[in-house]
Design a protein around this ligand. Structure first.
Ligand code: ATP
Ligand code: MG
Length: 420
């Protein structure tokens, strides 16, 4: 084969798109129920938008970005995530202010140069939400609840919500001091990446997936033990509200997420059906990001769901919906009949029924076989005889019954309506 899709990318084939459409429809429905509005941004942005927000020492920015120079000499990057572009768009179009709550959702492809494996691609899709304008812990819970409701609607139940707090710019420096102190005499046992992280951004060490580092990380100080009064209170309120809402969760002291902009609450939804890549959703608060990107200080909270991983869990359970089957297949014998059939097809579609016809000029028998194979519910046959009489054969494929009816779109649509 001459051309193939690139490593880490994949074609979503017609047999798979029904699952995707179902998930996408659920996202739209659930996000809409919570009054979130959709936003769509370009797939590439100025590189600095990402390095500034996600953080230069994160895995994403240091080794996973698709960065290139365009013909005008600008450094551009294919979006690795959507929070920064959404904030950029909000600032550019004045969508947020400290007085209002702005609720947005998005869905689309993201790009990261990662090592491809099950559940990890270089082009993948996320659906996510961002809520701007309030520090209310209840808003954190609303966002988490939205993810849980979405998973429930899709039919995923055995999921676990992990939550944590990573503190704010007031309490984090103190925590980082503690963390650095803890790791200092263990440096030689850490992986090479973590040795660098320890100098540049010690919090990132907690996010390391390497086995050798994991055992050291286990005994490391946890961010929750160093929270300032405000962060502590916020986290307590989040947890209390989760309890009240009866949303099941687990406090996971190690959960730091792979992006620097998080402050306070962080959370992840994990499924044990997914193996190593077990997170289907990641999110949290990012109260400093809007200001960092040039706006007024506006607190915010959001999440992103990895759609490939959702498809991976539910994929095989979903039947192709009926809408995939064509309502009417038109068989015409001869050039004149073909012209009429072409016209009829357009009339049938205008009435809201799907219609298809032969373009190979095949014989009646093989056309009937084809109609059967593609699952046509009704077949219309226009041969020379019918043509002369101004009639057309209307055949119900499921019952094998057929009748001759008047050959015009209005009559055909009437019969279709009756047999619906
Ligand atoms: P992970 O720990 O699995 O690398 P992450 O912390 O990098 O995830 P986020 O940046 O928070 O993930 O993205 C949110 C969600 O997007 C993840 O929970 C996951 O479901 C999905 N996701 C992230 N990276 C990929 C990828 N390369 N391929 C497929 N899905 C991904
Ligand atoms: Mg990652």
């Amino acid at each position: 084969m001459k051309y193939t899709s690139q490593r880490g990318t994949k074609d979503i084939l017609p047999s798979e798109t029904p699952v995707w459409q179902r998930i996408e429809a659920s996202c739209r429905r659930i996000f809409g129920l919570y009054n979130y509005a959709e936003i769509r941004t370009p797939v590439f942005e100025q590189t600095e938008l990402f390095s500034r927000s996600i953080g230069t020492d994160t895995d994403i920015v240091s080794k996973e970005m698709y960065t290139f120079e365009d013909r005008g000499g600008r450094s551009l990057t294919l979006r690795p995530e959507e929070t920064a572009p959404v904030v950029r768009a909000c600032l550019q179009h004045n969508l947020i202010s400290p007085e209002n709550i702005t609720k947005l959702w998005y869905m689309g492809p993201m790009f990261r140069y990662e090592r491809p494996q099950a559940g990890r691609y270089r082009q993948f899709h996320q659906a996510g939400v961002e809520a701007f304008g309030s520090t209310d812990p209840m808003l954190d819970v609303e966002v988490i609840d939205m993810a849980v409701q979405l998973f429930r609607e899709i039919g995923l139940t055995d999921l676990e919500v992990d939550i944590n707090s990573v503190g704010c710019k007031k309490c984090r420096p103190e925590f980082i001091k503690k963390l650095t102190k803890y790791f200092t005499d263990k440096t030689s046992d850490l992986c090479d990446d973590c040795k660098k992280r320890l100098v540049k951004n010690p919090l990132r060490v907690l996010d390391c997936k390497i086995q050798g580092c994991q055992s050291i990380i286990k005994a490391a100080p946890a961010p929750v033990d160093s929270l300032c009064r405000e962060c502590e209170e916020h986290f307590e309120n989040v947890v209390a509200c989760m309890d009240e809402q009866k949303i099941k969760y687990k406090i996971n002291n190690r959960l730091v997420r792979g992006l620097d902009y998080y402050t306070g609450t962080t959370f992840e939804v994990v499924s044990d059906k997914l193996g190593a890549q077990n997170a289907v959703c990641g999110g949290g608060r990012y109260d400093d990001l809007v200001k960092e990107l040039g706006g007024k200080p506006v607190p915010a909270v959001g999440f992103a769901i990895g759609l490939e991983r959702l498809v991976g869990i539910i994929g095989s359970d979903v039947q192709s919906p009926k809408s995939d089957v064509v309502d009417v297949y038109l068989i015409a014998i001869g050039e004149k009949a073909k012209n009429i059939a072409f016209d009829l097809a357009s009339g049938i579609r205008k009435a809201g029924f799907s219609a298809d016809m032969d373009f190979h000029g095949k014989k009646l028998k093989s056309q009937l076989k084809l109609a059967d194979r593609i699952g046509a519910r009704f077949v219309l046959i226009l041969g020379e005889d019918e043509l002369n009489k101004g009639k057309i054969v209307f055949r119900d494929m499921s019952e094998g019954k057929q009748e001759e009816i008047k050959c015009d779109a209005a009559t055909i649509v009437e019969v279709l309506e009756k047999n619906k």
